[in-house]
Design a protein around this ligand. Structure first.
Ligand SMILES: [Mg+2]
Ligand SMILES: [Zn+2]
Length: 246
């Protein structure tokens, strides 16, 4: 990729507001160009499609059980699905800062015969609806339905679902985050090149040695995780813009 160091309009973008917001559509407009101008001004850096103009290149991947929702040990019924405190506010904060939010979840209960994929999609619809009531949006849900013994490539800690999402949604993994309550979430995120956050909202929080999990940040709630991610990504994007590294 060509270096972006000599691209003056990139500077102009940075100067129009807080660095954390410089990739939004609004700022591109304030900088005097239309959305697609970013492609021309910063060669090789942003490859936006027009419809994605208002979103950051990176996303926040979220684990489901123990991170978004109470971990009820194989949630089999829609009525057992319960969003954890601060989660709607956290996802809305991320959305407001231009992040798409993508759920990555192991659901071996399908392979175990505890629930069907139809039930799973009803549960995920409830998740989206409950969050939408607070103005929070989930952009996509990717799940692994397999049994651990199947040794598939999509069950976390394997990173295949993150890679698949990246391909299908045009995600810059190097500017993305994986948040979860389990070591496997952190490992999958690292394997995909994301920064990682361990949240201590899951059932095993007391037994987790956060230090050995080695996440980039440990948060006591998803909201606290979001409050760390927002300024962190701003500095990473600014750095990527300066150096031309993607
Ligand atoms: Mg979990
Ligand atoms: Zn799988």
């Amino acid at each position: 990729m060509p270096p972006a160091a000599r691209v003056e309009p990139g500077k102009a973008l940075l100067q129009t507001g807080a660095p954390t917001r410089f990739v939004t559509r609004e700022q591109a407009f304030h900088a005097g160009g239309e959305g697609s101008a970013i492609d021309r001004r910063i060669p090789g850096y942003y490859i936006w499609r027009q419809s994605e103009m208002s979103w950051r290149p990176g996303v926040v991947f979220l684990d489901r059980d123990g991170t978004i929702a109470r971990d009820v040990h194989y949630c089999r019924r829609v009525e057992d699905f319960e969003i954890l405190p601060t989660v709607p506010e956290a996802i809305r904060l991320l959305n407001d800062h231009g992040f798409r939010v993508v759920v990555i979840t192991n659901q071996s209960g399908v392979a175990r015969g505890y629930f069907t994929e139809d039930t799973l999609s009803l549960i995920h619809q409830k998740m989206r609806d409950d969050l939408a009531a607070y103005g929070a949006r989930i952009d996509a849900v990717y799940y692994c339905p397999h049994h651990p013994d199947e040794n598939c490539k999509c069950r976390k800690p394997e990173p295949a679902l993150l890679f698949r999402a990246a391909t299908e949604m045009g995600i810059e993994l190097g500017l993305s985050y994986m948040v979860g309550d389990d070591r496997r979430d952190v490992e999958a995120g690292k394997a995909a090149g994301c920064r990682t956050v361990l949240v201590t909202t899951g059932p095993n929080a007391a037994n987790l040695d956060a230090r050995s999990v080695n996440a980039d940040y440990v948060a006591s709630s998803l909201y606290q995780a979001a409050e760390w991610i927002v300024p962190d990504v701003g500095s990473r994007e600014a750095e990527a813009l300066r150096t031309g590294n993607r």
